[in-house]
Ligand binder design. Structure first.
Ligand code: G16
Length: 555
């Protein structure tokens, strides 16, 4: 039976501006009539979809995924796509979507996720479009989508009976525009195969068989099935190496954000003294973030990027060296020091993985990272949580093969000894009133003229600005990307409003100081940065303007 394309009248919404990574809102917002459809149609209208093109669709399994997938399938059929690839049960991690787009040359993909944000009926939902290089759509596309979403008057759809996305295989439909196929693909195999081409699985297997203990926490999110296949089936780790590996629609009531606050169960295990595992890691809702822990030891994401860059040649995929590195502006300068030693370029971009895409496509950088627990390479165009975990395991396996020792803490300390330590911390003030957060930013900007030269305790301000990025590949300019207070000794404080929250505003304060003295490098970051923290609060007048006494999250 032929299914008729229908044109449905609608009215625009004013709040569909994509943030740092796609559109994220409360589930109830997405459940408003036409809300999801309007945004999807605005994306399709922005793209020049070739007739019969293939679209990849997958999500992190959170509440509303299944409904959204059916809607997108129907709208894709009506908008000229000939095929949709869907992960089995609708599940695909964000890096897996990126890989599938690249491997099967699909016309981009839709990722249904609010990443590390909470899920469930009262939680968050999100959607973003990735372009055909596998990476998040750049701002010139998301800006156009937003503009279209405000003035949209109709969308196109075809009503199908619910498509079975649980069973692998193909289902064909006839529409009045022609044949349309939904292909349900294995969510895990392609990605696991890719990892096996990058890393030395035999060496990691040996390490894991040597008594080296690891613990991976999937936080009830998308990486569970991937971790099972990679760590247990392929690397023969014990089942007890994994925790929280069954994805759930509301992440079992948790907050799938791999940091010291929200991954508290893993942190307790890893900081349990002499019997703690040797290596711990966690990933977020959609599998693109990672947190790395050693026995009683936390690795900041900024340090993790620097250590991976410094040791990249120990990993098969990067054995002939890396072309360059990139980090987001608020990420510490630890990797910059490695780049100097390796004599490779280091790029500083705004927050948001989308800014790395052009540099990777142009072959300028191989490794990229962000302080927000994101690290990856040009094997895909997204950050990749399990990739980072495997990279660490591969490097540790090589160290073990060399001298029988594999310690995360020892690796970090050796790194600091060679490069010095960029002591780093981020303080988040979540869900504060938007007006109060804006007032803080305005108050700081109001001091741009008077701050340079001023002394605060041991520190003197050298300059301050609102970060702007000029993309050297496509010439685009992105302004207002975070306020920087730079000090004479190279320390800095950055203030930025998050672009991924869904409740009020989240103000982030990023603190960084350089410590070359090996006798002081062991200090806890909060102690080492205590004076900087006070200066940040003084300059921002955060307490007076927001009433917030303490950060919600410290990493
Ligand atoms: C997203 C982006 C990242 C960004 C992070 C934090 O991560 O993909 O590039 O660093 O948000 O952004 P913000 O500071 O604006 O909240 P994810 O894991 O949420 O997709």
């Amino acid at each position: 039976m032929q299914n008729q394309v229908q044109t449905i009248s609608t009215q625009g919404f004013n709040d569909q501006k994509p943030g740092t990574s796609g559109l994220r809102k409360k589930v109830q917002v997405f459940q408003q009539p036409h809300y999801l459809e309007n945004f999807v149609q605005s994306i399709f209208d922005t793209l020049d979809v070739p007739l019969g093109a293939t679209l990849t669709v997958g999500g992190d399994g959170r509440y509303y995924n299944r409904h959204a997938i059916q809607t997108i399938i129907e709208m894709a059929a009506a908008n000229g796509f000939g095929r949709v690839l869907v992960g089995q049960a609708g599940i695909l991690s964000t890096p897996a979507v990126s890989h599938i787009i690249r491997k099967y040359h699909t016309f981009g993909g839709m990722i249904l996720s609010a990443s590390h944000n909470q899920g469930g009926v009262h939680g968050d939902f999100g959607i973003k479009y990735n372009i055909s290089n596998g990476g998040p759509a750049p701002e010139k596309i998301t800006d156009e989508v937003f503009a279209k979403s405000k003035v949209i008057t109709q969308y196109k759809t075809v009503k199908f009976a619910p498509v079975d996305i649980n069973t692998l295989g193909e289902t064909e439909f006839e529409t009045d525009q022609g044949k349309f196929t939904v292909q349900v693909i294995d969510a895990v195999q392609d990605y696991a195969d890719l990892m096996q081409t990058l890393f030395d699985f035999a060496a990691i297997k040996k390490l894991l068989a040597s008594g080296f203990k690891m613990k991976f926490d999937a936080m009830h999110a998308v990486t569970g099935p991937y971790a099972q296949e990679i760590f247990v089936n392929r690397l023969c780790a014990s089942e007890s190496s994994l925790m929280n590996c069954v994805p759930s629609e509301d992440f079992n009531g948790g907050h799938p954000d791999p940091n010291l606050t929200y991954a508290a169960d893993l942190v307790a295990i890893m900081f349990s003294g002499a019997n703690a595992p040797d290596f711990g890691a966690a990933s977020d809702g959609d599998g693109d973030r990672n947190m790395i822990l050693g026995k009683n030891f936390f690795v900041t994401p900024s340090d993790s990027l620097a250590v991976l860059a410094a040791n990249a040649t120990l990993v098969p995929a990067y054995s002939s060296g890396i072309a360059g590195v990139a980090r987001s502006m608020p990420t510490s300068g630890a990797v910059d020091r490695v780049a100097v030693k390796l004599q490779i370029p280091c790029y500083e971009t705004p927050t948001g993985w989308k800014f790395f895409g052009n540099l990777m496509d142009a072959g300028k950088v191989t490794l990229c990272g962000e302080e927000s627990f994101g690290t990856s390479s040009s094997h895909v165009r997204e950050k990749d949580g399990l990739w980072a975990v495997l990279f660490w395991l591969n490097v540790l396996a090589q160290k073990y093969a060399l001298d029988g020792k594999a310690s995360v803490e020892a690796m970090l300390k050796a790194h600091w000894l060679e490069f010095g330590r960029n002591v780093y911390s981020r303080h988040d003030y979540e869900a504060i009133p938007t007006e109060a957060a804006n007032a803080v930013m305005q108050h700081i900007k109001g001091q741009f003229e008077s701050l340079p030269g001023q002394k605060f305790g041991h520190y003197q301000v050298s300059s301050c600005d609102d970060f702007s990025y000029h993309d050297s590949i496509d010439g685009s300019v992105s302004n207002n990307q975070g306020v920087r207070i730079l000090f004479v000794d190279g320390s800095r404080i950055v203030f930025r409003l998050s672009g991924t929250g869904t409740e009020g505003a989240t103000l982030r304060i990023y603190l960084e100081a350089y410590e070359p003295d090996s006798h002081k490098q062991h200090l806890d970051a909060q102690i080492a940065l205590a004076e900087m923290i006070k200066i940040g609060l003084q300059i921002s007048q955060l307490l007076a303007l927001t009433g917030c006494v303490e950060p919600t999250v410290i990493t």
